[in-house]
Design a protein around this ligand. Structure first.
Ligand code: ARG
Length: 264
């Protein structure tokens, strides 16, 4: 390489590094966590390895995600232990699902009960890159203002089009359902099975591709990324499935799978 080209390359490299944070700030306000520090998150992909939703492990065989992420058991691939979707890190575990159980009351018009269980064909190995998430008790509440963390490989800008290759995370406070349901916001569309999280000035949010991923508060997954209007809009926070409303369903579904007269 000749000297002028080399100098241009160095300059471009410096600009790329210097501007990285600007590009990331455009995001829905998040940042890249320490690699493999969020060990319970999984990427749900098509069989040709296109990421389309998130999820999280609750034990070696079972994953929780959103019901609207259900594209059919034969079309899905689960990847645990991942960080960069484009680089092979040697920590990934790819497992095919064996059964998907979207919540029977899931309503794609209202988004109510947007939760799904996925049973894996083989157990995930729990190690320093992969672990399980804890769930809240049935009907446990999380109060307004509590700061939670949502993570995923979803769009990093509200306009979409940009899928990041590495995992991202952002901290968000819980917004009361009253505020979230007000006429200035979702105007009554928030059911008791949903939670809202975000800042009144917007700027930080989950976005397309983060669906099914975990919203963690006090070390437990209280929310599953479900829906919103645009992303990071001041008027419209992110809406999450309230996991505590489905704790009994989760436990009963898994239990009945292993009981002799199961309905699967
Ligand atoms: N439904 C979206 C998905 O499939 C997630 C939307 C979350 N939006 C938001 N503004 N928090 O990935």
């Amino acid at each position: 390489m000749d000297l002028p080209s080399l100098l241009i390359c160095i300059l471009l490299e410096v600009v790329a590094v210097k501007c990285q944070h600007i590009v990331q700030e455009r995001i829905v306000g998040g940042y890249a966590p320490v690699p493999h520090s969020i060990k319970y998150i999984v990427s749900i992909q098509t069989r040709d390895r296109q990421h389309f939703c998130g999820g999280f492990l609750i034990n070696k065989y079972w994953i929780v995600s959103a019901a609207h992420c259900n594209i059919g058991v034969h079309k899905m691939l689960i990847v645990a232990g991942d960080y960069s979707l484009t680089i092979y890190e040697g920590t990934e575990q790819e497992i095919l699902p064996h059964l998907v159980v979207p919540h029977p009351a899931y309503n794609s018009t209202t988004n109510n009960s947007d939760i799904m269980l996925i049973k894996l064909r083989a157990p995930i190995y729990l190690n320093s890159y992969v672990s399980i998430a804890l769930l809240p008790r049935q009907d446990a509440t999380i109060s307004e203002g509590r700061v939670c963390r949502v993570s995923g490989w979803g769009y990093t800008s509200p306009s979409g089009s940009q899928i990041p290759s590495t995992l991202r995370t952002v901290k968000l406070p819980i917004i009361s359902s009253g505020k979230c349901n007000s006429s200035e916001s979702f105007n009554g569309s928030i059911t008791e099975n949903m939670l809202c999280a975000g800042y009144s000035i917007g700027g930080k949010d989950a976005c397309q591709g983060d669906s099914g991923g975990p919203l963690v508060c006090d070390g437990r997954v209280y929310g599953v990324v479900s829906w919103g209007r645009g992303c990071a809009d001041a008027q419209f926070p992110g809406v999450y499935t309230a996991v505590s409303k489905f704790r009994r369903w989760i436990d009963n579904t898994i239990f009945s799978y292993y009981s002799r007269c199961n309905k699967f």
